[in-house]
Ligand binder design. Structure first.
Ligand code: ARG
Length: 474
């Protein structure tokens, strides 16, 4: 007998599936199982599924839809299921397709037929949407905690390097000198907005679908406010069709993940670049680098490169989910089962990226000497020179820009640094230029002078660091 023929034989109790087998006479095809069974990944929803069931059963009792004895019996059984899950003793069965039917199936084994009452006024459609919303809430909180840890570790480096001078780039060309503390603070700002985004998305996701049933609600007199409150949701969802059929909260969460991943990817790119011999700006902790199997001298920034690269799969998950949902007819369709693997993978990936960046940043060592000399390259203080002309001699900035351009070009032709250009040459451009102009060409002076709010001066950086210390509670 082939495997499938064997499967076609009904179980002893005459049903092919103890949960929904009533209407079916033959077992599913192996390929059907391959495409349909989700327990391998949705087992991650086990605890959320239990929470949802517990709230639902309590509500059924409170609304007199099932008896108090039945409530006790079911809750007792669910507690046993929970213990098995916690002890790793729960036997997940592919025959039971998904986590919802696995939990109910096991409950039936433990307490018998009463288990069937758990699904009164409920469908897997509102159940899975509830589970997933609970899961996203937990994941979002978890992630925000890790982002805060990362922010604290960056903040430590920002404070340590409030006056470490480095080149600031635009177009990857040296633009103006900045302080490294200022650079680090920029990532704290980005991550701070990421946290705001996760919180904001959570406000919309935190509504309860439970009680929407398959799609149309139910004729049982259920109490949706009760279950919503019991599960920590702000309110029950107002439309049962919407409740079972949108996954906008998954998409929104992944899009927040994508942005965080994008920020980390840029950060990781700078670090990767900066460890190259050509830059030699920072040294990454050895524990986050690796050697080459052929070139003994190499120390590669693999961890930073992988943080840079992993954004690809996170963005992939976002596009996958947008594509899955696009054009789906209302209300629930099985297509939506595709949400979980994308969601889980995007979350796991970003969580790892955050933790790895925290590890890298807490142990990063700036090469201050190199940073300083690189900061003086590329006529990085030319803007300071133009600003001086405008400030001290009242020359309109456009003209100051021109004069400075001539000075830079003279320096370039004669292979001089900006502060080596003789005053005699400057006098040819404007007779009133004084020797005071030389001091603004010093990088230290330059960064110190940029005291505008949000600017690069060490004083300003320390002020902003102090703000963040308070916000991040030390
Ligand atoms: N495993 C399913 C999912 O993830 C649960 C909902 C199934 N609903 C149904 N009507 N078949 O979407």
């Amino acid at each position: 007998m082939t495997k499938n023929k064997e499967k076609e034989k009904k179980k002893d109790n005459g049903e092919v599936n103890s949960i929904w087998g009533g209407r079916f006479s033959s077992k599913s095809n192996d390929l059907m199982d391959a495409i349909n069974v989700s327990i391998d990944f949705d087992k991650r929803l086990a605890f959320e599924d239990l929470r949802g069931s517990i709230a639902h059963v309590k509500m059924l009792g409170k609304a007199d839809i099932i008896s108090q004895d039945e409530v006790e019996k079911i809750l007792g059984g669910l507690t046993e299921v929970e213990t098995e899950l916690l002890d790793g003793k729960f036997n997940f069965s592919r025959e039971l397709e998904d986590i919802h039917m696995n939990v109910e199936g096991r409950l039936r084994e433990i307490i018998g037929e009463t288990a069937g009452k758990i699904h009164t006024a409920r469908s897997r459609n509102d159940q899975v949407s509830t589970d997933l919303r609970l899961w996203v809430r937990g994941a979002s909180e978890n992630l925000q905690k890790e982002i805060i840890k990362l922010m604290k570790s960056i903040l430590g480096k920002a404070e340590e390097n409030a006056d470490t001078i480095m080149p600031g780039f635009t177009h990857l060309q040296v633009a103006q000198p900045i302080t490294m503390g200022h650079y680090f603070l920029s990532y704290i700002e980005m991550l701070g907005r990421d946290i705001d985004r996760f919180e904001d998305a959570q406000k919309r996701a935190n509504e309860c679908p439970l009680g929407s049933c398959a799609l149309a609600g139910t004729s049982f007199e259920i109490d949706r406010e009760f279950t919503a409150k019991e599960l920590g949701f702000s309110r029950p969802m107002r439309n049962s069709l919407d409740a079972v059929s949108d996954r906008d909260f998954v998409i929104e969460f992944i899009s927040c993940l994508s942005l965080t991943a994008t920020h980390l990817s840029r950060f990781a790119e700078d670090l990767t670049l900066w460890t190259s011999d050509q830059f030699d700006f920072v040294r990454l902790p050895e524990a986050f680098t690796s050697g080459s199997s052929i070139m003994p001298q190499k120390r590669n920034p693999d961890a930073a490169e992988l943080v840079r690269g992993k954004v690809g799969r996170v963005n992939g998950a976002l596009i996958s989910m947008l594509t899955v949902m696009k054009g789906l007819p209302l209300s629930y369709s099985k297509d939506m089962q595709e949400d979980k693997e994308q969601l889980f993978d995007a979350f796991d990936t970003v969580l790892l990226m955050i933790k790895v960046m925290t590890g890298i940043i807490s142990d990063i060592t700036p090469n201050k000497k190199n940073l300083l000399s690189a900061a003086s390259m590329g006529y990085s203080t030319a803007t300071d020179l133009a600003d001086w002309l405008t400030k001290e001699l009242n020359i309109p900035f456009r003209d100051s820009h021109k004069i400075t351009g001539r000075i830079v070009s003279y320096a370039e032709r004669n292979n001089l640094k900006l502060n080596e250009v003789p005053i005699e040459f400057m006098h040819k451009l404007d007779g009133s230029i004084t020797k005071d102009i030389y001091k603004v060409m010093e990088v230290k002076y330059s960064v110190g002078s940029r005291k505008s709010f949000g600017g690069t001066s060490p004083r300003e950086v320390l002020k902003r660091c102090a703000d963040w210390r308070i916000k991040l509670h030390g």
